[in-house]
Design a protein around this ligand. Structure first.
Ligand code: BES
Ligand code: ZN
Ligand code: ZN
Length: 497
């Protein structure tokens, strides 16, 4: 989709389709829809007063202008009640209008953006473009039979009236495009099957991002990671024929900026290993690298947005499979931190590879570490698939993440109280990798907390929202790319407070 900005007003602009938004019961009309109505001799206000368009949230109504306007068609798109309007509804509205236009087979549309309430043209444009691009995302890479039938919007023209408006619309469109591209990078990786999206492919993707945006990249083979002392990561990787990789991406290295480390769980397929999962639904476990995908997307966009921070993205990537070489329940592993872990379940592999990645991240002396992982099924039980479970050792960092979640990526904090440590006591090693069935998500967080020392750290359990079965206003079903916009918002806000 090509998005460009032009200086013109809606009622004068010739195009395939002119998009006009309206609140519920929108009388009197205001903004571009009012000017269009005047130019069109009251056609729209008549239609509205006759009850033919009510402006309900996500309602769409297509009208042929029959020469009444330079535009060939008009799409009226509802935003619901004015007093309930927020950027999340706005993103949804942009998406629903975009989906309607695409599904109608229309390839081009124009839309005039006007600052509204306390929202600037830039903010409105960024959210509009984000909703539009994310809502019209499709994953068709392997659909060979339907290739000719796939519909796409080719061109969007954002209209602004003054030079100042044009400037801020252009800026908003640029940022919205970069952010959405990053989310789609993550979604493509999550939706890709595990026979394609291997640790090696994650390395290729990371190398491409590094090459395109001049990031530093370092890739450790499992044998190298093991020689360094990453006994936990190496143990998980041992059961698979597909070579594991430990990837480190670095942006703005050596510039004296604050360092933030992002760690993403990169299990490209989680069978459970020797503690094998039930086969029903196991195909979903291709999404167990959603944390890694979010880190890659975030690094890509952070570089394109030139965020003034030193960012390190760490991705331990491997499959978790059973085999004659696989690690086993009862095994004791020595982690990079020197602490030992008794394996109770080989299906609690995420925390093992993350343990070594978290310890590794300490060498950068970061101001903060944030890890993202599809860590526990218990998080889906506790919070459902709309919410990220967050846990950490630093209230200020947790608060920053809560503030960043105005992107619509909901977060809910779970406690890491001392009492929970008891569940991880082991008779043979420093701790076990699982507790009882109780407080599964918290125990995962407690385990990870043993590997960050005193560094401010937050763990995001994205097991619920990483992959959804039912579409949302601007999130089609499948891999969601959750975490990318949240992290980018956090990083963009970083130097503001
Ligand atoms: N990748 C899974 C967690 C998961 C499960 C994510 C379902 C999304 C949906 C993780 O590696 C795992 O298997 N965790 C175990 C932990 C248990 C053994 C303590 C789980 O959740 O059952
Ligand atoms: Zn597992
Ligand atoms: Zn897993």
């Amino acid at each position: 989709m090509n998005i460009r900005v032009e200086k013109c007003i809606a009622e004068k602009y010739p195009c395939e389709l002119l998009l006009l938004f309206s609140f519920e019961s929108p009388e009197p009309l205001e903004g571009p829809i009012k000017s269009v109505d005047l130019e069109w001799k009251g056609y729209l206000s008549t239609l509205i007063s006759q009850g033919d368009f009510k402006g309900e949230l996500f309602q769409c109504r297509l009208i042929h202008t029959q020469g009444g306007l330079p535009a060939r068609r008009v799409l009226l798109a509802g935003l619901g009640k004015k007093e309930e309007f927020d950027l999340e509804k706005w993103r949804g509205g942009a998406s629903k209008a975009g989906q309607f236009i695409r599904d109608s087979g229309i390839k081009q549309f124009a839309f005039q953006i006007k600052p509204f309430k306390d929202l600037s043209g830039e903010e409105l444009t960024e959210s509009f473009v984000t909703g539009l691009l994310l809502g019209t995302y499709q994953f068709n890479e392997f659909k060979t039979l339907e290739r000719g039938k796939i519909k796409t919007i080719e061109e969007v023209i954002l209209l602004g009236e003054t030079d100042k408006e044009i400037q801020s619309i252009g800026e908003g469109a640029r940022k919205g495009t970069i952010i959405s591209d990053a989310v789609c990078t993550a979604r493509n990786l999550v939706n890709g099957p595990s026979n394609q999206v291997t640790p090696t492919l994650l390395v290729e993707k990371a190398s491409q991002i590094a090459k395109d945006h001049s990031l530093e990249i370092q890739v450790l083979e499992v044998s190298e990671a093991e020689a360094m002392g990453m006994g936990a990561f190496a143990a998980v990787a041992r059961g698979s024929q597909e070579p594991g990789k430990f990837v480190v991406l670095e942006y703005n290295k050596g510039k004296g900026l604050d360092t933030i480390v992002l760690v993403g769980k990169g299990i490209t397929f989680d069978s459970g290993g020797i503690s094998i999962k039930p086969s029903e639904g196991m195909e979903r476990m291709k999404d167990d690298m959603s944390g890694a995908a979010a880190v890659l997307g975030t690094m890509q966009a952070a570089a394109r947005l030139q965020i003034p921070l030193h960012l390190v993205g760490i991705i331990p990537a491997t499959e978790n499979l059973p085999s004659g070489k696989a690690y086993k329940p009862g095994d004791v592993l020595k982690t990079l931190s020197g602490q030992t872990v008794e394996v109770i379940s080989t299906d609690a592999e995420g925390r093992l590879i993350l343990a070594d990645a978290l310890t590794y991240s300490l060498r950068y002396k970061p101001k903060a570490i944030i890890d993202l992982a599809t860590l526990t099924g218990a998080c889906v039980i506790a919070l459902g698939d709309h919410v990220i479970g967050i846990m950490g050792n630093d209230d200020a960092l947790l608060k920053k993440i809560e503030e960043a979640s105005r992107t619509g990526e909901k977060v809910w904090q779970l406690p890491l109280w001392d009492e929970y440590f008891d569940y991880l006591k082991s008779d043979t090693a420093d701790f076990r990798n699982v507790g009882t069935r109780a407080a599964g998500t918290i125990i995962g967080g407690i385990f990870l907390s043993k590997f960050v020392e005193k560094t401010p750290w937050v763990h995001l359990d994205i097991a619920g929202p990483a992959f959804i079965e039912k579409e949302r206003p601007y999130i089609p079903k499948g891999g969601t790319g959750v975490g990318v916009r949240l992290l980018l918002q956090l990083l963009r806000d970083w130097n503001k407070s």
